[in-house]
Design a protein around this ligand. Structure first.
Ligand code: GDP
Length: 191
């Protein structure tokens, strides 16, 4: 239900071969409970609802953003729908993904290690030029922080990923995450 509602709000047609209107498949990866669904809900609906567990399932949520150079980027955001429990996600999930957002929880070192596992999966199965972002979520819980920003930053730099800390709860850096991703997209992903 949620997926359909959100996409109908953002169902403007995309001009074919117009480099000003880019459409990208974005996959979310990360341990269960790190806040993937909440990040999407914050970005797409501007809400934080800790009680609603959104399962996007086989579908996805869409959100279009406008950049300063009058380009629009339509994100088709795929959530794992609980499949992160399995060692590897179906290749279908990664296929055609221009962007992968790997999320961990800054209060959970386990989730940071798991993020590194997902990065390896992406390196094996994802497109070689996929844009990867490492996201340390729940930044509002800084009193319980157990993964330092420096450690994550160093790891991301080594891999060549973009790194940012976010809070789906306070909305901190959520829009910035998607804006930074947009800036890193190769032009030929226009559609
Ligand atoms: P997912 O399994 O990765 O999709 O995680 P969810 O989006 O379902 O979030 C798991 C739990 O973390 C929920 O109870 C959320 O309320 C909570 N949560 C998500 N993002 C944040 C955040 O930025 N800050 C805090 N404090 N809690 C969050």
């Amino acid at each position: 239900k949620s997926a359909r509602q959100a996409s109908s709000l953002n169902s403007e047609p995309l001009a074919a071969n117009d480099p000003k209107h880019i459409r990208v498949k974005l996959v979310l990866l990360g341990d269960s409970g790190v806040g993937k669904s909440c990040i999407v809900l914050r970005f797409v609906r501007g809400q934080f609802d800790p009680t609603s567990k959104v399962t996007v399932g086989a579908s996805f949520l869409c959100q279009t953003i406008a950049l300063q150079n009058s380009t629009t980027v339509k994100f088709e955001i795929w959530d794992t729908a609980g499949q992160e429990r399995y060692a590897a996600l179906a290749p279908l999930y990664y296929r055609g993904a221009a962007v992968a957002v790997v999320v961990y929880d800054i209060t959970s070192p386990d989730s940071f290690h798991k993020a590194q596992y997902w990065v390896k999966e992406l390196q094996k199965h994802g497109s070689p030029d996929i844009v990867m972002a490492l996201v340390g979520n729940k930044a509002d819980l800084h009193e319980n922080r157990r993964v330092s920003a420096q450690e994550a930053e160093e790891y991301a730099e080594k891999i060549g990923m973009f790194f940012i800390e976010t809070s789906a709860k306070t909305a901190d850096n959520i829009n910035q995450l998607f804006e930074e991703i947009s800036k890193r997209l190769p032009q030929r992903q226009s559609s």
